[in-house]
Design a protein around this ligand. Structure first.
Ligand code: 5GP
Length: 192
């Protein structure tokens, strides 16, 4: 997605440790006009799929998922990071290791909001090693729901999450794929 790549080139900041900061438009301050274009693009890509629910994870996925949901006209459910003491039989739970915080979280979704009738589109901001997505896929499968596809805003193609998820046979669409970043020059190389 040209508009997104231009924005990443202009405002993205390459940090040490393969981290790209996009705080000024994606995951702190949010550019809603850009989010609208992202939502439209997800709708175009998944137009043929019988999606009745969008699943994301707190916090950064929520804004993107909500704007996209307006194009799909479906509700958004976000997986919550929980204390394990609060986990009871009313929820599906899984464990996710955070790439940015290097911590393992218990993540839950209430059984009320995900069931075998659902056809789910999973949306998230970043794909790096694939832990967040693997956890979300696990939650959907625990509920017996169908995964119609996954929409990612920025995939870091030089990490292995994309291969892992595509290897599971799930349809994954990333709007920008970065094949390399240089924290000294600030250069970002996009997949063509
Ligand atoms: P994964 O589980 O695929 O390793 O990482 C995905 C999650 O880590 C995303 O939901 C995102 O919040 C965070 N993340 C991974 N890489 C980056 C990055 O380079 N920049 C930012 N801002 N977040 C990242």
């Amino acid at each position: 997605m040209e508009l997104l790549e231009e924005r990443i080139r202009r405002d993205g900041i390459v940090k040490k440790g393969n981290v790209l900061k996009v705080d000024s438009f994606l995951n702190h301050q949010m550019d809603i006009q850009l989010f609208n274009e992202i939502g439209k693009e997800f709708k175009r890509l998944f137009a043929e799929c019988p999606i009745n629910k969008i699943l994301t994870i707190e916090a950064s996925g929520i804004g993107i998922a909500c704007i996209a949901a307006q194009y799909f006209q479906v509700p958004v459910v976000f997986a919550k990071k929980a204390q394990s003491i609060n986990i009871d039989g009313d929820v599906y739970s899984t464990k996710i290791e955070s790439f940015t915080h290097k911590k393992i979280y218990d993540v839950i979704v209430s059984k009320k909001f995900l069931s075998r009738e659902d056809h789910v589109l999973i949306i998230d901001d970043f794909l790096a090693n694939g832990c967040a997505l693997a956890g979300l896929i696990d939650l959907v499968q625990s509920a017996g729901a169908a995964i119609e596809g996954i929409g990612i805003v920025i995939e870091k193609g030089f990490q292995h999450g994309g291969d892992l998820i595509r290897g599971k046979g799930v349809r994954l669409e990333s709007l920008a794929i970065i094949d390399g970043m240089d924290d000294e020059t600030g250069d970002i190389y996009f997949r063509q």
